[in-house]
Design a protein around this ligand. Sequence first.
Ligand code: DX5
Ligand code: ZN
Length: 217
Amino acid sequence: MNQTIIAPSVLAADFANLQRDVEMINASQADWFHIDIMDGVFVPNISFGIPVTEAIKKHATKPLDVHLMIVQPEKYIEAFKKAGADQITVHLEACPHIHRTLAQIKEAGCKAGVVLNPGTPVSLLEDILVDCDLVLLMSVNPGFGGQKFIEKTYDKVRKLKSMITEQNLSTLIEIDGGVNLETGKKLVEAGADALVAGSFVFSSANPLQTIEALKNM
Ligand code: DX5
Ligand code: ZN
């Protein structure tokens, strides 16, 4: 049994029964709530924002892992901290001043991470890895749940893992998109520490059991 961190994505929850779904995650073996914030500019979809994050926080008994898929995320760090974020990840592709933005997230009292789109190489993290509590690798193009896993991600995980080991860091590797038992197992073997799962959890007949299965792969 390994200790993979499991982060169900609330994007796939039933928004009309959000409290019920938050309580399901509380009662499950999941570790974090993954909160997908989309602005319709950085990604071609709009999800939800600060008030919904606050509403989730009111009932959640586990940390909120907030994934900002927005332009100029540095403008909203304080607001998401106030809304209940415990860790905040920002896209490298949206941050010309990534070093400053990560410092800002830490100053707000949150764990800080960088997200890479599928087309962005992990080698770009070389000089910023030391400042990352975690790195989130997208294994689909961000914007929608339920997409097909991009196989190239396994190579990226292995490469990133060796960069982390080489620099003697304890940065966590988190993967987002198309995670199920099959891709999840291979990701963990490649070196992933945390897995986000949206549709695989919420479309399953028994989400509690699905989370348990992911946790105990
Ligand atoms: C995609 C989001 C993901 C999404 C994953 O832009 O960042 O977190 O909810 O959904 P699944 O697990 O269905 O691929
Ligand atoms: Zn996400």
